[in-house]
Design a protein around this ligand. Structure first.
Ligand code: SAM
Length: 329
């Protein structure tokens, strides 16, 4: 069985949210006071997460697993979940999307458990801007986490940045210069309508076009030769390479036609798209004693309804009910 939709796309890349909780409060993601977190009994247990991942890998052709959240490092069982996932899929590409708070303490354990690499979210290397965006004075911890990931061999370390107008949109070249110096692969991501506050505005969003313009003032960018495939980032060589920078233009240059992703929320719901308005409940099947094959079938059906595109630019676009932190970014 494959996770194939009506348009022939096959999902092989599974994003698993391990918690909706986070220890930062990025302004474009959630309000200062946080959100109503999922009740504990609704969140999948470690055993349930590992079972679903195992079904994905063994029965449904999943080849890549990325743990995310909320903040996956706040999940107590993370190292064990990684170890058991690696046992379920010795050939899996296994990565983590994280804000890197606390990564300095766990990077080596995660690598030893079988993690391949990390994507770290960081929108600025200025302490005051970091505090403005995340509402926490923790830049130092993030930088320590990044260095530990690099030293532990969780490479290539990728850094994901969102530019916000009037906040850090003037810092793109500075961020790239820093990333190149540290040996991290920087990717800029267009801000998407996934904030809990529903404050996103297309007019305010910093577009890929603007990002290119700003970077072009400081660097010579040329398209990288490697094929893009289903990777969301368009890659460019920085000043002739070998360093690269990526731009993920989810809004202005959507790549839905090449999408190979499927998501599992922390409470066990399959989402066939970040922007899906429907979810399929695997947790209830799991807890009602369904067999692996029955769960796999339910998962396959969930993929059939995947829409051709996310439709952000359509006048009829409706933001999903759940914010990014609850879906798993
Ligand atoms: N806490 C982890 C982290 O910081 O990477 C994982 C979850 S976080 C929701 C994943 C990514 O989503 C981060 O890179 C964050 O910047 C990004 N993100 C959150 N809200 C976003 C939005 N509205 N548009 C684009 N990216 C967003």
């Amino acid at each position: 069985m494959l996770l194939q939709d009506r348009y022939g796309r096959v999902a092989t890349d599974l994003r698993v949210s391990l918690t909706d909780r986070c220890n930062l409060r990025c302004s474009y993601c959630m309000p200062a006071e946080g959100l109503d977190w999922l009740p504990g009994d609704e969140v999948l247990t470690d055993d349930e997460v590992v079972r679903l991942v195992d079904i994905g890998v063994r029965l449904l052709g999943i080849r890549e697993v990325r743990f995310t959240g909320g903040e996956p490092l706040v999940r107590r069982g993370l190292v064990d979940i990684v170890r058991r996932t690696r046992e379920a899929g010795p050939d899996l590409e296994l990565s983590l999307t994280t804000n890197a708070l606390g990564l300095a303490r766990t990077a080596t354990a995660l690598r030893d458990a079988g993690l391949d690499r990390v994507n770290v979210s960081l929108d600025t290397v200025r302490r005051d801007t970091f505090e403005t965006i995340t509402r926490r004075d923790r830049l130092h911890d993030v930088l320590g986490g990044l260095a530990a990931a690099h030293d532990a061999g969780l490479t290539p370390v990728k850094v994901n940045a969102v530019l916000l107008r009037g906040v850090n949109d003037d810092q793109a070249p500075e961020l790239l210069r820093w990333a190149v110096g540290e040996g991290y692969q920087l990717r800029f991501i267009e801000q998407m309508p996934l904030d809990a506050q529903h404050d996103w505005s297309r007019a305010e969003m910093v577009t890929a076009e603007e990002i290119f313009e700003r970077l072009g003032e400081a660097f010579d960018l040329t398209p990288a030769a490697e094929p893009r495939g289903s990777a969301p980032a368009e890659l460019f060589l920085v000043d002739g390479g070998p360093a690269t920078v990526g731009v993920i233009a989810s809004v202005t240059r959507p790549f839905c036609g090449d999408c190979d992703r499927v998501r599992l929320t922390a409470d066990g719901q399959v989402r066939n798209c970040l922007f899906a308005r429907e979810e399929s409940d695997l947790r209830t099947s799991l807890r009602n004693g369904a067999s692996d094959e029955e769960i796999a079938e339910r998962w396959v059906i969930a993929m059939r309804g995947k829409r051709a595109g996310h439709g952000i630019d359509d006048p009829s676009f409706l933001q999903p009910d759940r914010p990014m932190s609850a879906i798993g970014g």
